[in-house]
Design a protein around this ligand. Structure first.
Ligand code: SF4
Length: 89
């Protein structure tokens, strides 16, 4: 069996020019544990020293995990025009 990171490395990405993820980072200021940064397998959400979140949308695997785990409903998501093509089932 191929390890997860190698499988993810087989994916093909067609990155959009604009982000398909919007985060209300004012809400993030009050979110102490920032679970989106821990749950995303692709490192899409980065906690900044000022308490806000930076979104690296080009890394997104479109799994929806951050939408589920965000306790404050601070994330708006739409599927990107391009997005990821999974090459390993
Ligand atoms: S879990 Fe939600 S509220 Fe908390 S830092 Fe992430 S996006 Fe912001």
């Amino acid at each position: 069996m191929i390890p997860l990171l190698k499988r993810l490395g087989l994916n093909k990405y067609n990155v959009d020019k604009t982000s398909h993820i919007e985060v209300n980072t004012d809400i993030c200021l009050t979110c102490r544990d920032k679970p989106c940064t821990l749950s995303c397998p692709a490192g899409t959400y980065e906690a900044l020293p000022n308490g806000r979140i930076e979104v690296h949308y080009e890394r997104c695997l479109e799994c929806g995990g951050a939408l589920v785990i965000c306790p404050y409903n601070a994330i708006k998501f739409r599927f990107p025009e391009g997005g990821v093509s999974f090459r390993y089932g």
